[in-house]
Design a protein around this ligand. Structure first.
Ligand code: SF4
Ligand SMILES: [Zn+2]
Length: 322
């Protein structure tokens, strides 16, 4: 309670890493020799073909950035990842996953953070992925540099980097504590495109500090347009969630409101209408944004089908929408 009273004062300045971390619930127990999750999915590629994707969520050192809305630190370690651990994890997952043509290595942070993914492991990692036609990793725009060329050259297939743009709202982006600007995102994308690396953007619906529904919809779509204009081939829209400590406090103080499923459906339809590239909608924990049990599953299925087909499907009718 004491902290809640302090929050409005702190919001006048930007939230510090230390303050954000001080409100966190404990991390999950993780084993650095095992990925914390891996899954087999299908995803439409830039070519329009639907390909099988093996996604591995690696366990490694926590991201050095401390974004306000982030909860990815839950499955990370505090210590630098030891050499060889990442390749162990990839072996563990690949032994249990079926064949696929695309590999995603998501590491709750930045692939090119040497403390998370030891640079000495790049070659071994690329050899493990030799059979894949396309490899996708995630990375912070600030960690864009020529070391990316080295890893790209080690791969047999094409390479893609997913970067968080989050929002282009000029007042909100600095408050996310992500340490980026829209210019930095654009310049990093340009650098990667010149290096023959595809880029996808993560974009938030309802970031903290933006609470009006119409504004949230508008800024989400503006952010999608910005990302496509910068040259990304795909945008993933993520409904912002509470649950990491600071976001719960921001919700309590009225500085964050969760998006309604209906708003997410609306931005997804509108972003697809742009026809500028692929648009995906993140369905993880989607139930959080639904108020109706009767239509939820059908609405989730609709979104999943739209992710796969990239076409706008008819809305699900339900008495909750009247
Ligand atoms: S850069 Fe990504 S992983 Fe790191 S704190 Fe921000 S959202 Fe989380
Ligand atoms: Zn309903």
């Amino acid at each position: 309670m004491e902290r809640r009273k302090e929050l409005p004062k702190i919001l006048k300045i930007e939230l510090s890493n230390q303050f954000i971390e001080s409100l966190r619930p404990p991390k999950e127990e993780v084993d650095v020799q095992k990925p914390y999750l891996f899954l087999h999915e299908r995803e439409v590629q830039k070519s329009g073909e639907i390909e099988a994707v093996n996604t591995i969520f690696l366990t490694n050192k926590e991201c050095p950035f401390k974004c306000t809305m982030c909860d990815l630190w839950r499955h990370t370690t505090d210590e630098p990842t030891p050499e060889g651990a990442i390749t162990e994890q990839i072996t563990y997952a690949l032994e249990r996953l079926p064949d696929a043509t695309v590999a995603k290595l998501y590491n709750s942070g930045n692939f090119f953070d040497g403390k998370a993914i030891p640079r000495k492991d790049y070659l071994a990692i690329s050899q493990q992925l030799a059979e894949y036609n396309h490899v996708i990793v995630e990375n912070h725009p600030k960690l864009t540099g020529t070391y990316i060329h080295n890893f790209r050259d080690m791969l047999n297939g094409t390479f893609e980097i997913a970067m968080g743009l989050e929002t282009v709202h000029p007042r909100v982006l600095p408050k996310l504590n992500k340490q980026i600007t829209t210019d930095l995102f654009r310049e990093s994308t340009e650098f990667l495109l010149k290096a023959d690396v595809d880029v996808r953007a993560f974009i938030l619906l309802n970031p903290p500090f933006l609470t009006d529904e119409i504004e949230n919809i508008e800024w989400c779509l503006k952010s999608v347009e910005f990302a496509f204009a910068a040259g990304v081939t795909a945008c993933s829209i993520i409904p912002t969630r509470a649950g990491n400590g600071i976001m719960d406090q921001l919700e309590a103080s009225g500085d964050y409101v969760k998006p309604r499923l209906e708003a997410l459906e609306f931005v997804f339809d509108e972003a697809l209408k742009l026809k500028k590239g692929r648009v995906f909608c993140d369905v993880w924990d989607l139930q959080k944004f639904s108020d109706c049990n009767s239509c939820f599953e059908q609405r989730k299925n609709r979104i999943e089908q739209m992710n796969l087909t990239q076409t706008i499907l008819p809305r699900i009718e339900c008495s909750c929408r009247k």
